[in-house]
Design a protein around this ligand. Structure first.
Ligand SMILES: C[S@@+](CC[C@H](N)C(=O)[O-])C[C@H]1O[C@@H](n2cnc3c(N)ncnc32)[C@H](O)[C@@H]1O
Length: 381
């Protein structure tokens, strides 16, 4: 396989569990390249997709989690024609050549489905269809694979010779309620408090890439004791399915600051999500519910669909393909630190100004935490 926009290798690591061997990686960020070289020492690592002339002969799978800056809710919504997200066209250029790979696997943020009123998706699907591909995609939640992180991602699989539908839709375990806020740790974004909170029971909200300046944006966790902690980078790596210190080699690259590791981890594909795809490619068994009357019309792209040659169909599956044994968030807080009085006071100030509604008892816990940390209620006013 070949990994384009490989980041820190989440897709390659997960697919590798099922025997996919990476022949070529491509990644422009020097910190991420240092991580890839450390963990895939025998693999050639290219820098810029736009300068990659061709795929190695015999490439069976191309994985591409193209940049989501222009696509993600957090970023500018310039759309697929913005220069960065236009990089997806580089993927199409590369697979068009020669025989082409058997599989193309694309990963991205769910906001891609809404972008430009569906225009971004129309661009991608029509490019694929123009190349003779059948495509299928599904939004999946990392919690389905047992990771205590609420992280929804679009997985899209396309092929000219194979049917991607059993792979993506053949397993469905249905939505699942996780945890109890009275007895389980709850994740939230302490940097928020006005527009959203990112509240998640026995999970952290989606780990984010943070700013391009290498400023970390870790979430916080309210423990059942009422204390508030922020996970460390090693915890974040594990919450994405990587081993401890997976991104430490990034620090050896010139100019890379420690906070950059948060960006690398936040941008990555959860390893277990990729492992699940690898398992499905190896054994795509299971029933697929396909209803021909569900042809897509209008501008809304559902959470799962497939298409070819100009028609697309919705697929009634959930974002939980399986219910893997769930791992408690407490086990992922080895490197956590108490949220500082300053950060806690800042959060309370924002919460006081906004109109957001909070879960029962939550603000009282935050106020108590502030006192415990030596802050005064005046700071939060
Ligand atoms: C959403 S991330 C993909 C993360 C990856 N799948 C992982 O598991 O870590 C997109 C990546 O594309 C990289 N990128 C952006 N422009 C690129 C280019 N022209 N050539 C190669 N990589 C590029 C970014 O540095 C970023 O790491």
């Amino acid at each position: 396989m070949v990994g384009l926009f490989a980041g820190i290798g989440g897709l390659e690591l997960g697919l590798g569990v099922h025997g996919w061997s990476t022949e070529l990686l491509c990644e422009i960020d020097s910190g991420a390249r240092a991580v890839l070289s450390a963990h895939f020492p025998d693999v050639e690592v290219h820098q810029d997709v736009t300068r990659l002339r061709a795929l190695p002969t015999g490439t069976e799978l191309v994985a591409a989690g193209f940049p989501c800056q222009d696509l993600s809710q957090a970023g500018r919504t310039a759309g697929i024609t913005g220069t960065r997200s236009g990089l997806v066209d580089e993927v199409f250029r590369l697979v068009r050549r020669r025989r082409g790979p058997r599989w193309l696997l694309i990963e991205n943020v769910p906001f891609m489905l809404q972008l430009g009123r569906g225009q971004a998706m129309r661009h991608i699907t029509s490019a694929l269809e123009g190349l003779g591909y059948m495509w299928a995609y599904r939004v999946v939640d990392a919690r389905a694979f047992g990771l205590p992180q609420r992280r929804l991602r679009v997985l899209m699989l396309a092929s000219r010779t194979e049917d991607p539908r059993p792979v993506l839709f053949g397993a469905d375990a249905g939505p699942h309620d996780i945890g109890d806020p009275r007895i389980d740790p709850c994740g939230f974004y302490w940097t928020e408090g006005v527009r959203g909170l990112g509240w998640a029971v026995n999970a952290v909200p989606t780990l984010k890439g943070g700013s391009g300046l290498g400023i970390a944006s870790p979430p916080a966790v309210r423990l059942p004791s009422g204390e508030i902690v922020t996970p460390g980078i090693v915890d974040a790596e594990r919450l994405q399915g990587f081993s401890r210190d997976w991104t430490a080699p990034a620090l050896a690259a010139p100019g890379v600051r420690p906070g950059h590791r948060w960006k690398l981890v936040g941008n990555a594909v959860s390893v277990r999500m990729a492992t699940w795809v690898g398992g499905r490619l190896a054994d795509p068994s299971g029933d697929v519910v396909l209803e021909e009357q569900d042809a897509l019309s209008g501008q809304r792209w559902p959470t799962a669909a497939w298409g070819r040659a100009g028609t697309a169909y919705r697929v009634p599956v959930s974002t939980w393909p399986i219910h893997a044994p769930y791992e408690d968030l407490r086990w992922f807080l080895e490197d956590a630190q108490l949220l500082s009085a300053r950060a806690t006071a800042g959060f309370l100030r924002r919460a006081g100004r906004g109109t957001l509604r909070f879960p029962p008892g939550f603000l009282a816990d935050v106020q108590n935490h502030l006192l415990r940390m030596g802050g005064s209620p005046r700071e939060a006013a």
